[in-house]
Every structure is written in C-alpha cells, then in structure tokens.
Design a protein around this ligand. Sequence first.
Ligand code: NAP
Length: 293
Amino acid sequence: MIKGTTKILGVIGDPIEHSLSPIMHNAAISHLGVDYIYLPLRIKPADLATALAGFTAIGVQGFNVTIPHKQAILPLLTEITPLAQAVGAVNTVYPVATGWGGTNTDVPGFLAPLHNLNNIDKNWSQKVALILGYGGAARAVVAGCAELGCAEIHVVGRQAEKLTNFQQSWVNSALPAKLNLQVHPWDNLPNLIPKADLLVNTTPVGMYPHIDQSPLEMALIQLIQPGTIVYDLIYRPKPTLLLHEAAHQGALAIDGLEMLVQQGAVALNLWLGRPIPVDIMSASLQMALKSRD
Ligand code: NAP
C-alpha cells in the first residue's frame, strides 16, 4: 500500500516500458513488507542532470540505470566504486552525503550463478574464459572473469577497430585483479573454443524473437568440450538455441535470468540493508516472461 511515508526507488532509462526491474523489485518489496515502491522512470538524455537534482529534492532512496544513461551518468556522481570505474558504467545509484554514489551490480550478478555451481572445479586460476562480443555487458563479464582470477580472458568480435579499442580501454584499469586479456577476430574461434572452460555469449544473437539464431554456427558448437560452462546472457528464450545445442555437447548451460535477478538483488540489498528474497524476484520474472510468450 502506498502511504504518506512510502519511500521511492526506481529505474531510469529511455525507453523504459520494457523493463522487468519494477516487477521483480516490487515483488521483493511486497514480500518483505517494507514501505517502499520501485518505479519505472523515463528520462530523456538531455534531462538527466535535472532529474538527479529532482531526485535529491524529493528524497529518492536509490535507483537503477539502464540504456542510454549507464555511461552518461558518471560525471554527475560524486562517488563511483572502483568496480564501476573499471567497467566504465554504473547501473545502481544510492544517496551519499555529497550527492549520489554509483556502482555496477552487473558484475556480482554475472558471478552469482558461477559461484552457485556445484560439482565443478572452482580453481579459476587455471581456467580460460572466452567471451563473444565487446559491448556493455561484455565489460561486466571481463571484470567478473578478472575477479574470478581466470588465467586467460579471450574476447572475440567482428570489427577489428572496436576490438582494439576494447583492449585499450582496459589498460590502466581500476580493477584490483590483474588482467590477461587478448582480443581476436571471429575467425579465430575454431582455435579458441576447444580450450575454453567458460564460454560467454554477450551478443544479442538468439534473443527473442530471433530464437532460431545462434552466435555460433553448428560446426563451432561441436567444438565445445564436455564440461565447458556455456553462459548466455540472454534470458528469453529459455534456453537459447546456443544453450540447447551446447547442452547436447555435454556443456553446463547457464542462462541470463539469474544474472538479471542477482544484479537486482545486490542493488536492493544496498538500498534496504537487509537480506533479499532472491527466489521471489526470480519467480516474479519467470511468471512475467511466461505471460509474454
Ligand atoms: P551492446 O552494448 O549493444 O553489445 C552487443 C555486442 O554484440 C557488440 O559487441 C556487437 O558487436 C555484438 N554483436 C551484435 N550482433 C552480432 C552478430 N550478429 N555477430 C557478432 N557480434 C554481434 O549490448 P549489451 O548491452 O552488451 O547486451 C548484449 C546482450 O546481453 C543482450 O542480449 C542483453 O539482453 C544481454 N544482457 C543481459 C543481462 C542480464 O542480466 N542477463 C545484462 C546485460 C545484458 P558490433 O558492435 O560489432 O555490432
């Protein structure tokens, strides 16, 4: 119930109508019985600074940030965590004495399903990560693989100049962990796939409604070794064609839903300072996605 005392959380973006965050956050808020509401807030790029000043004026307690504001918000924050600095993007903002602080919960969100895997050797310092794509999500995945301490991180993309820029962007990074990062053209995949212990798709290829597409053609999927962890950041469809075929090869498949839930749970925990019902958030999302199919 919204009362005179209800505190405001939310997510800013443009567009924002598609966001699933209000569904999962309000499900958790309702389950916890806390006096908060989480709102979708459409903010045009030109209005970002005005919106932040307004949030201060009305006492907003925190908010998530999505496209197109994840980088643009950096200069408007008075504190930025080293992790968000390294990733170069903020997705979670909280009030601090000097204004607003920002962090990036996509990194712990990406890592949570890997930490939760049972029956795998978790000696990441011996493992090779292979990442398809070099966009925004790939930056959180690289930071996550660095935090795991992966022996090698290989990023594959289709445009040489963007690959070089991506590699350059990590030189002098604020990451606490050392980074053994190499970039490659798509043609190198036949050499890279057989030695990958963790293969992550950060491209949108295979996302609904293009469910019959895969970032890897069948001949490449067949090079995936049994036991490889194949992690697709896409959460619709569940599973993607890539995950379906990789599982046939004996791979361990992880889809993007848990990352989505966990990045939200880390943010909500930061704002509320109490344990978050992750299962409730996950169930609300699965129900919402089912109703969209
Ligand atoms: P983005 O910044 O636009 O990056 C997309 C990347 O995919 C770019 O490197 C792009 O390369 C590459 N790409 C696109 N089409 C390709 C193709 N046909 N072949 C090879 N590479 C291709 O997008 P993003 O924000 O990183 O998001 C990427 C995906 O991750 C989306 O599906 C998104 O829904 C998902 N995601 C999930 C979560 C989660 O919580 N589960 C969080 C964030 C993102 P070019 O520049 O060369 O086109």
